[in-house]
Write a protein that binds this ligand. Structure first.
Ligand code: FAD
Ligand code: NAP
Length: 862
């Protein structure tokens, strides 16, 4: 490391932090031949495991997984003694790592970085520290920890307390003697829940002040699990690789069955097995596929845990107070415990429910609540952290280009590109920053991925002659939107949690960790590189600047997964299969999809139309009828599908709207070409409207709905019904409809390939259904028909659909003709998003809107 004239140290890279992240980064940077220095406030390595020395502190990801994986020799050299190691053992491990790779010589301990300023002319960061040391570096990496800035407890009178105060996050190194003392613990997150049983065993009396009860599961700690160790040892490299591409950083594939596909007994059996396993990843991912994404599926788990609490805690009132009801299970970080609930059966432990009696003040002798006075000798604050952004913004100011402060840029919440970089702050990297999987994962896996990505980029830049790297604004805005899209899949928005910043008063709120999964995230980071450093601007002396601007993910996260999976399957194109082959393919494909949800009743029947009978499937809501009726037309390009091929979609809309859905099996091309599908649709509509009461429906106008070619038929039958004097139609829901035979619109060009419904496939459908001479007929191109006097419409289009622009054109033309027409232009979605009900979960909001519109058509209250 060089030293400048004014004592400023000159390095390639300066790091903040000497925890898991800082240590590994230092090792990798050195190996890459870059000079580096790390600054650490503490006087030793360890980070989290240096500071959090409270009794009972352990990891809650099994040690088989919560370890470095970058060096097989290191793995061979270290053996964990427990499934969940204690804080001292993890700290020993990190010290062992620091010594093994001789890292300490480049760490400045007891040195806090206080400011960081980008010097534009030098293209270097200048860091100041609390002991006067100054460093100038080309790259500045914040490995400062997601959970390293303790949160202030925000309670009046703390300074007046005459006894001792401790924070779990800053526990004294020599321990604390609690024997014979009256102790208060404030906070029942993971730190509180781990420490409370240990403190109760030592103290004369313990009073726990609980604001929000949390879900806790028994850790069943002991030696590392033999089966996990065996599978790790059998194929260490394979195990680690699976972890890297898994959703959580732990190679346990998630459950694929949905709660409604399992009986009560099957669900209970799965739950008991998970409960006895003592593993957060297992209980969060192994029960049923909807546990983490759907409130109903989640409540089933939460109820079972609450039942457990009632069986463990003797006093029913205490059990009730300990039972979380204000947030879904997993929406706040659940805890792994050892004897937590049973601790409340001890005679020396009292629970104070702050929801019933809030803390009013801390006094010299203890804690006063609205209902009482609790005299204590010791107060332990287990009140958590200013998570994700706290440690980053505690370096203040961090100024980027133009002297802009990061605190200003993040005033309304953190914005990053990939959770790794911030636009306007060249050569700054964040490790496990907001917008990366970080705390939603096994952190060591995420830390290694970030460190590898950063060091690999620095090496590539050096090789290419680039000296600066910066995220573009468009890339960052795209990532922010992608994060918001992902967050809609989860239930975190329904909890007050540090994941969203809700635990710190005045902090901007929004989900900070990336919930799209460790493996998908890794794929995206790699993709940004393979697509020519997409979203980054790179500059350097003597080389042409490079800026490959753009958004790395424009699809909804689950759409991306679906399309990637389909691409990996390398399926033949549908049009290459011939109509029968394509039909067989669709039947087979549908057999593998999740079963639709339960509705009140499903009835199959037939209805007469001129020349034949058609099958139909009726979905009746579970609510008391009679219900208004929706006549539904399935998708499939007039060639494929059947009355039950959109089964999950019909069930979902039936449940959400509270309306009967009758899905009609109209005849298909090429056996029955234009206008059979349209005429069948119209005849079926007539029959259903005429027989509404016999079908158990409400008499009066019916609504029509359809997806894709079914949307085409729905639009067409509205025109026919207007022109043929009925039946009256209350409204039309057109989801990604075919409305015209023009292939020149922009969406046909933009989305010609790669989004399942392709331009060649649409040609194939058209050719089977309709001669070129007939294609301008409004019975197949309703956009070319007369539009005045049609029923109100709700037209749904998807961004990555060749049919997008003709759907939008139809909605606009309807509105221009005086028809009340609303639109949903669904961003990031593809043609099949909405019918793929339990696969494309991000479509739920759109389906809710569709149901809302159907109810409006029917005059039902929302
Ligand atoms: P840290 O370990 O937090 O290290 C950051 C370091 O940066 C700290 O030592 C801090 O002093 C230093 N620092 C910060 N700002 C400055 C500055 N301005 N100047 C100088 N130094 C600075 N994750 C899991 O995946 N599994 C678990 O089981 C698990 N258990 C946890 C238990 C507890 C009690 C806590 C609090 C967190 C736990 N976590 C767990 C999350 C844990 O934080 C990470 O797993 C991991 O240890 C983070 O490592 P890190 O190096 O990124 O950050
Ligand atoms: P936390 O989960 O944020 O819990 C803080 C607790 O303090 C909450 O119960 C909170 O109540 C309460 N609290 C905060 N301010 C309060 C106030 N003014 N008055 C009363 N109560 C107050 O923090 P944590 O327990 O330190 O855990 C943070 C994270 O670190 C965990 O989620 C986990 O990721 C990690 N961790 C892991 C382990 C492990 O098992 N390996 C152990 C510890 C920590 P509200 O909920 O009402 O805000």
């Amino acid at each position: 490391m060089a030293t400048g004239a004014n004592g400023t140290q000159q390095v390639d890279v300066a790091l903040v932090g000497a925890g898991f992240a800082g240590l590994y980064l230092l090792h990798r940077l050195r190996k890459a031949g870059l000079s580096a220095v790390a600054f650490e406030t503490a006087d030793d390595v360890g980070g989290t495991w240096y500071w959090n020395r409270y009794p009972g502190a352990r990891c809650d990801i099994a040690t088989t997984d919560y370890s470095y994986t970058f060096d097989p020799d290191l793995e061979a050299a270290w053996t964990w003694s427990e499934k969940y190691a204690t804080q001292p053992e993890i700290l020993s491990y990190l010290r062992f790592v620091a010594d093994r790779y001789d890292l300490r010589r480049d760490i400045r301990f007891s040195t806090k970085v206080t400011e960081a300023r980008w010097n534009e002319s030098e293209e270097r960061w200048h860091l100041s520290t609390d002991n006067g040391a100054v460093v100038s570096c080309r790259f500045y990496v914040m490995a400062s920890g997601c959970l390293s800035a303790p949160k202030l407890p925000e309670i009046d009178g703390i300074d007046a307390f005459a006894g001792d105060i401790y924070f779990t996050s800053r526990w004294p190194h020599d321990g604390v003697a609690l024997e014979g003392r009256r102790v208060a613990v404030i906070g029942t997150g993971s730190s509180g829940i781990q420490s409370i049983p240990m403190i109760a065993a030592q103290a004369a009396h313990l009073t726990v002040f609980q604001r929000t009860p949390n879900f806790a599961l028994p850790a069943h700690n002991g030696p590392p699990l033999p089966d996990r160790v065996a599978s790790l040892e059998k194929d260490r490299a394979g195990f680690r690789e699976q972890a890297r591409w898994s959703m959580t950083g732990v190679p346990i594939p998630p459950a694929t069955d949905f709660s409604w596909q399992l009986t009560d007994a099957q669900r209970r059996e799965r739950f008991e097995k998970a409960w006895s396993t003592g593993d957060l990843v297992v209980i969060l991912t192994q029960l049923w596929a909807d546990a983490g994404v759907d409130v109903d599926g989640n409540k089933l788990v939460a109820d079972l845990i609450r039942e457990k609490i009632r069986t463990i805690v003797h006093d029913p009132e205490v059990a009730a107070a300990l039972s979380p009801h204000d947030h879904p299970f997993g929406a706040k970080r659940p805890c792994l415990d050892t004897n937590y609930y049973a601790t409340y059966n001890r005679p020396n432990v009292k629970l104070v429910d702050l929801r019933r009696e809030p803390i009013e003040a801390i006094t010299p002798s203890g804690i006063e609540t609205a209902d009482g006075k609790y005299d204590v000798d010791v107060i332990v604050f287990a009140t958590g952290f200013d998570a994700m952004t706290g440690a980053v913004l505690a370096v203040h100011p961090i100024t980027g280009r133009g002297g802009v402060a990061l605190s200003d840029v993040w005033a309304k919440g953190p914005k990053t590109y990939l959770g790794l970089t911030v636009s306007g702050f060249p050569n700054l990297f964040l490790v496990t920053g907001p917008g990366s999987p970080s705390v939603f994962s096994n952190m060591v896996v995420s830390i290694e991925q970030h460190a590898d990505w950063i060091v690999d980029r620095l090496v590539a830049m050096r090789d290419a002659g680039f000296t600066t790297i910066e995220a573009t604004e468009a890339a960052q805005a795209g990532w922010t939107r992608h994060l918001a899209d992902c967050s809609m899949i989860t239930l975190h928005r329904l909890a007050n949690t540090w994941y969203t910043g809700a635990n710190v008063s005045g902090k901007a709120q929004g989900l900070m960790p990336y919930p799209g999964g460790v493996g998908p995230y890794r794929g995206i980071c790699n993709e940004a590189v393979t697509r020519g450093m997409l979203g980054f601007k790179l500059t350097g002396p003597g080389v042409a600047a490079q800026c490959n601007d753009g958004e790395v993910v424009r699809l909804q996260p689950d759409v991306r997964l679906v399309l990637n999976t389909l691409a990996e399957m390398n399926l033949p194109t549908i049009e290459s299969l011939g109509p029968d082959g394509a039909r067989a393919f669709v039947t087979q494909f549908n057999a593998t999809r999740p079963a639709g949800r339960l509705v009140g009743e499903v009835v199959d029947g037939t209805l007469p139309v001129p020349g034949t009978t058609l099958p139909y499937r009726l979905y009746r809501p579970a609510t008391p009828g009679p219900h208004p009726i929706v006549v539904y037309f399935h998708g499939g390009g007039w060639v494929l599908g059947s009355h039950d091929s959109d089964d999950p979609f019909c069930r979902d809309l039936c449940r959400r709207s509270g309306m009967i859905f009758v899905s009609v099996g109209y005849r298909h091309a090429p056996e029955h070409r234009f206008p059979t599908a349209a005429e069948d649709g119209y005849a079926a509509l007539r029959w259903i409207a005429d027989h509404a009461v016999e079908l158990g429906g409400r008499p009066g106008p019916v609504a029509v709905a359809g997806w894709s070619a079914g949307g085409n038929i729905a639009a067409v039958v509205c025109q026919l019904a207007r022109d043929r004097r009925g039946p009256p139609i209350a409204g039309q829901l057109l989801v990604c409809p075919v409305t015209d035979s023009d292939f020149e619109r922009g969406s046909y060009r933009d989305n010609a390939e790669g989004y399942f419904l392709t331009r060649p496939l649409m040609h194939w459908f058209w050719d089977h259904y309709c001669d070129p001479a007939d294609r301008r007929d409004p019975r197949v191109s309703p956009l070319r028909g007369k539009l005045a006097g049609l029923p109100p419409a709700f037209v749904v289009t998807c961004e990555f659909d060749p049919l997008r622009d003709e759907g939008i054109a139809y909605a606009e033309a309807l509105a221009a003709a005086g028809v009340p027409a609303k639109q949903l232009q669904a961003h990031g979605h593809f043609h099949s998003s909405f019918p793929m009900v339990d696969v494309v979960i991000t479509g739920a909001g759109g389906r809710a809107e569709m149901a809302q519109e159907l109810r409006r058509f029917a005059g039902l209250n929302s």
